[in-house]
Design a binder for this molecule. Structure first.
Ligand code: GDP
Ligand code: IMO
Ligand code: MG
Length: 424
């Protein structure tokens, strides 16, 4: 069975946990989009791993890991990720394959991301400042892009970096009155990246197609969430890649029909980091309750996440555009203790009710949520492993969500650990 796991909201749905679980029965786990803006958490007993570029399958010692062409590689973050796992005796040698076509995020991308966000003031996107937007702009622009394969030919890279850095420094000075960066220092860093990462760098498209014909089972891991998709999300408050399942084939060179099941991950409430419309946001004591209990602080940036009620309109949209087959619903435990719970079943925009999401950020910012209210539960559910052992109100809540989104909920999270998962 080949699965593709994608977020159905604005990211941080718990994809890392689900991928880690499904990786047990997969030969290969593939990351195909995003970069160090992602933070995927895997909790195994006492160990907590925050993965940014490495696939979440990497914590399992025998799983083959692929970082495909669609991933934006910040070599510093990737090397640190490999070393952090090595400190815990998790070795990636001979089981990590990095695409030679993946684009490289370098210092000037992060600098540009930061300067641009600062200059935008209250109009900023609220990016993770990981250089994602500028790196994607260079990818699309082509002339000033650096790919992993470029780290193989250092002489050529040196000349290329001189040209790029000269161009970037002109922009830094003219637009932001900012200090230049030094091409020779960046080149020295790149030599180190080359030493450490070239042994892992291959043609991953070829590798994946060979693996498919050898009958290997593959798990595709999406980063971010469908509503942050560059083309189909709440533009401009999105990331720079196709983070719905639509990004999977382009991000790894494998057709979508290779996937047997697209599994969407959602929390039983909604969170968002950074700016942008959020119809069910609870900027009040309910939001704070969810933030505290769910530990809703960014895995990558530590920023407090904006929290609100479950939005079935938004999740249904993500399911529709992404051809999602089934869903995992996480953080059911986080809602414990609330007397009443709300589920958004429609939006009211300009006096009209609609159940179809709009990715137009201006329109969405005018949407008010139409809620259905259901009763909560007080019992501790963090040790429940059978759906029928959940309090009846919790069972009804999940069944109601299932009805609203129109897809089966096959996994339910009742805590961050692998074993705190109910299968249906
Ligand atoms: P990702 O980016 O989609 O992988 O999600 P993050 O790792 O950024 O955020 C999800 C957070 O929720 C992490 O801290 C997980 O450990 C945690 N988590 C995942 N599932 C559950 C759950 O069912 N209950 C609770 N309480 N925490 C969970
Ligand atoms: P995972 O994979 C949540 C958000 C940022 C910002 C917008 C653009 O952990 O779910 P970027 O740095 O990509 O240019 O920022 O996208 N964002 C995420 N939010 N989880 C993520 O990844 C995110 N990756 C980017 O907060 O609003
Ligand atoms: Mg995350």
């Amino acid at each position: 069975m080949n699965y593709c796991v994608v977020g159905l909201q604005w990211g941080d749905e718990g994809k890392g946990k689900i991928v880690d679980i499904l990786a047990e029965n997969s030969d290969i786990v593939v990351r195909y989009n995003g970069g160090a803006n992602a933070g995927h958490t895997v909790v195994v007993a006492d160990s907590r791993f925050a993965l940014h570029i490495l696939p979440s399958g990497s914590v399992r010692p025998n799983t083959i890991c692929v970082i495909a062409n669609g991933v934006l590689i910040d070599p510093e973050v990737l090397i640190k990720g490999i070393e952090t796992l090595a400190e815990k005796n998790i070795i990636l040698k001979d089981r990590l394959f990095i695409s030679e076509n993946a684009h490289v995020v370098l210092d000037y991308h992060k600098k540009e991301d930061k300067l641009r966000e600062e200059s935008l003031g209250k109009n900023k996107i609220g990016t993770t400042i990981r250089g994602i937007g500028p790196c994607c702009a260079d990818k699309v622009g082509r002339s000033y892009a650096v790919r992993m394969a470029d780290l193989k030919n250092l002489e050529k890279l040196k000349a290329k970096l001189n040209t790029i850095v000269e161009y970037k420094n002109k922009i830094f000075a003219a637009l932001y009155n900012a200090e230049p960066i030094a091409a020779d220092r960046l080149f020295e860093k790149c030599k180190n990246y080359s030493d450490k990462l070239m042994p892992f760098t291959v043609d991953t498209t070829k590798f994946l197609h060979k693996s498919i014909s050898d009958g290997k089972s593959i798990l595709f891991e999406g980063a971010q969430g469908s509503l942050l998709d560059l083309d189909h999300g709440t533009f401009p408050f999105v990331t720079s890649s196709n983070s719905s399942s639509l990004g999977m084939p382009a991000g790894c060179g494998v057709p979508a029909k290779t996937v047997d099941k697209f599994l969407g991950v959602a929390k039983v409430y909604t969170t968002r980091v950074g700016a942008g419309p959020f119809p069910t946001e609870q900027d009040n004591e309910i939001g704070q309750y969810i933030r505290d209990r769910g530990n809703e602080y960014g895995t990558t940036t530590g920023r407090p996440r904006r929290c609100g009620w479950f939005d079935a309109v938004a999740v249904s949209y993500a399911i529709t555009i992404g051809a999602i087959d089934c869903a995992a619903l996480l953080h059911l435990d986080t809602l414990t203790g609330l007397k009443e719970l709300k589920l958004c079943k429609a939006y009211r925009i300009n006096g009209k009710e609609t159940t179809f999401f709009t990715a137009n950020a201006d329109k969405l910012s005018q949407a008010s949520a139409v809620y259905e209210t259901v009763p909560g539960w007080d019992e501790d559910i963090t040790h429940v492993s059978d759906f029928n052992d959940l309090p009846l109100n919790a069972q009804d809540f999940v069944c109601r969500v299932e009805e609203m989104i129109g897809k089966p909920v096959t996994m339910i999270g009742v805590g961050p650990e692998r074993k705190q998962t109910i299968f249906r």
